[in-house]
Write a protein that binds this ligand. Sequence first.
Ligand code: FAD
Ligand code: PYC
Length: 443
Amino acid sequence: MRKQAEWGNFRPPSPGAPEVPDAARRGVDPLPLALLKYGLNAGYRDAPQLRWQPEFKKNYDVIVIGAGGHGLATAYYLASRHGITNIAVLDKAWLGGGNTARNTTIIRANYLTPEGVAFYKESVELFRGLSEELDINIMYSERGHFTLAHTDAAMRTARWRAEVNKHLGVDSEVIDADEVGRLCPTLNMSEDVRYPILGALYHPPGALARHDAVAWGYAKGAMARGVEVHPGTEVTGILKQGNRAVGVETDRGTIYGGKIVQAVAGSSSRVSARAGFRLPIKTIPLQACVSEPVKPILDQIVVSGSLHVYISQSARGEMVMGGTTDPYGLYSSRSTFEFKEGLMAHMLELFPFMSELRVLRQWAGIADMTPDFSPVMGLTPVENYYIDAGWGTWGFKATPVCGFRMAECVATGRQPDLLRPFALDRFHNFDLVGEKGAASVGH
Ligand code: FAD
Ligand code: PYC
């Protein structure tokens, strides 16, 4: 690390030490043998591939700003699918320490618009093969995702989403209250509460995965192919000749690039302003917390848009919980008591057993919210400058598809069909992709 990282209380993992040891990989050795073998060599066989480059080169084919999951995945697919390896990925802090490290890892494709469903469907498909693709165990775990409906209006939206999902081959259906109670026995199905559960949109493929394994896996795959990752390197300016981006200024000096990709969730408007264009984005903190670990009690992912809460249980036993964004714009990753208090009031209505648990950790990330709750991807008004932004509260699940399709966009210089609806010019053309009710827990 060249300088103090700027993200709250998080500490970077030491360079060269991926969080998921080889011993955790799927199907490597029978368990006792694997424990012995990887215990003896500390399990970090891939460490040499993750050494940072101490210095910059003068020129790169592609410069990626932001070493979150999206920037790293874009670099990985550029290298592995398009043979472009002369790439520098720059991050002002450390690899995967932004929103990638702060999200609650929910993966699903049960969106509302045909454009959104098709896009996230491809991501779920890529996620399913990602442990094998990256040769690292991302602990992909299909749990089933329930979007609870407490009102007739919510049941109507659930039906709408289920129909669009099914039409595009995504497994979702509306179930009634009895079925919700049968599939998720720890939920409080009492009618004697403020908002009784009437039914749910049930999405069996809804899943969780280890977020830092995703980031480190993409980094490992990219670096093994020659991509450089430079943590502790803030981009402070975009160099242009006329309307063409030709390089970046950083706090470590100037470097030149044939193409520049901006993937800086939480700072998108600030960095695009340096490139000379504005984004229709409001930046708002999003908080989450986990309880102390308990034995397995909740296999499913449960979301209530009406109560503005969601919950799942991690592989470690912690109950992972969150709600909607904070009620005001701010560039800050601080935690508040109000968030916790509001969350718990509703959570106890759904899961009364939670009153026995203590909160272990609380944190925040910074969400870039677009007016239609869909991302912005692809070409920009600046030539050779590509954007991946507007990931609000919903971008972890898109990491693989975004990397895959952004790489295609950068390599070909054309907006791929799957990304066409998410182009920046939709805001000028009044062609929004409205996902407000499906983007997260309701806003
Ligand atoms: P990041 O991981 O934020 O990476 C951007 C990087 O850019 C950072 O590392 C930052 O340091 C760097 N950067 C910024 N400015 C500069 C600069 N000037 N120069 C160099 N580097 C710079 N999504 C889901 O799909 N499911 C969920 O369950 C979910 N839960 C969430 C819960 C919370 C509490 C939060 C905060 C978000 C959640 N999200 C979820 C959203 C998701 O985390 C993000 O959309 C996603 O991680 C964005 O990934 P990224 O790689 O684009 O951004
Ligand atoms: O996108 O599913 C989601 C999500 C849940 C919580 C935050 N984002």
